[in-house]
Design a protein. Structure first.
Length: 274
């Protein structure tokens, strides 16, 4: 089975196309978007030369399921999934930040904490915590959405002070973020999994706040553990074996370890919508 790593469609009313790191986005009449989840895989913003068959459809179908399962919390951009690898939705005016919410002190948050910095994105982390320890309450650590280069950590106060989002809108998406994470946590728990952390992207259609892009997929953040291990682990992830791996974890580890890829393709971040 060959992996789908590139598309080149021409839809009626198409105004432009964007080939992202993983998804190809086709804009229709400046009103709709056709998003194709390809089998491409990226690590640290670098697209690897070979894709993984069925990766795109698995990610797209997971995202579609969770969009439908959370539509009562917040409206989202999705209109239809006419193909396992395709989502058609409404164009949104995006907020220039990503809402990252963390249930555990792990990954980049642990690295920051271990370095001695116990404030992350304006959130004070208690002293004496251990790697993989669960927070008393999930914390929100937003980042910017850079059109080029890497996203940067930012606090709630900075977001409002810089006028990136109004205080009213930020308060709303902060509340929505917590509700979405709670719903995702509950759904994951029914499958014996732990939702460790994730990110959400929001925008507006008119005056209405909507959820954009993917949600709760292994490609965006890790979902780990079995129910038995989850109970045994108590308040930490220690000893919890991954069941569904982060879609970027293995290639990132390979690249971090020094593996070279002379055919890597660098792509600009998608700033117009996602």
């Amino acid at each position: 089975m060959n992996a789908l790593t590139r598309t080149d469609y021409h839809f009626p009313g198409q105004t432009k196309v964007y080939h992202g790191k993983v998804r190809d986005c086709y804009f229709i009449n400046d009103e709709y978007m056709v998003m194709v989840a390809t089998d491409r895989i990226s690590a640290f913003d670098v697209i690897l030369p070979k894709g993984i068959p069925y990766k795109g459809q698995v990610l797209n179908q997971i995202a579609a399921m969770f969009l439908d399962a959370t539509a009562d919390i917040v409206p989202n951009w999705k209109l239809a999934t006419p193909d396992p690898m395709v989502t058609v939705g409404r164009l949104c005016k995006p907020f220039p930040i990503e809402m990252i919410i963390r249930g555990y002190l792990t990954g980049s948050s642990w690295r920051t904490y271990k370095s001695g910095q116990h404030t992350i994105c304006g959130v004070q982390i208690p002293d004496g915590m251990k790697e993989h320890q669960r927070f008393a309450e999930p914390i929100i650590t937003p980042t910017t959405k850079a059109e080029e280069g890497h996203d940067e950590d930012i606090s709630r106060e900075e977001i409002i002070a810089r006028g990136l989002i109004s205080e009213e809108d930020y308060t709303q998406i902060e509340d929505i973020t917590r509700k979405l994470f709670q719903r995702g946590t509950e759904i994951a728990a029914k499958q014996g999994l732990i939702l460790v952390d994730t990110k959400y992207e929001f925008g507006k259609i008119g005056d209405q706040i909507v959820l954009m892009d993917e949600i709760h997929t292994p490609d965006s953040r890790p979902v780990r553990g079995t129910l038995r291990q989850r109970r045994a682990a108590g308040a930490t992830l220690e000893g919890v074996r991954p069941r569904v791996a982060d879609g970027q974890r293995l290639p990132r580890q390979r690249r971090t370890a020094g593996a070279r890829n002379d055919t890597r393709i660098r792509e600009q971040r998608f700033g117009a919508l996602h």
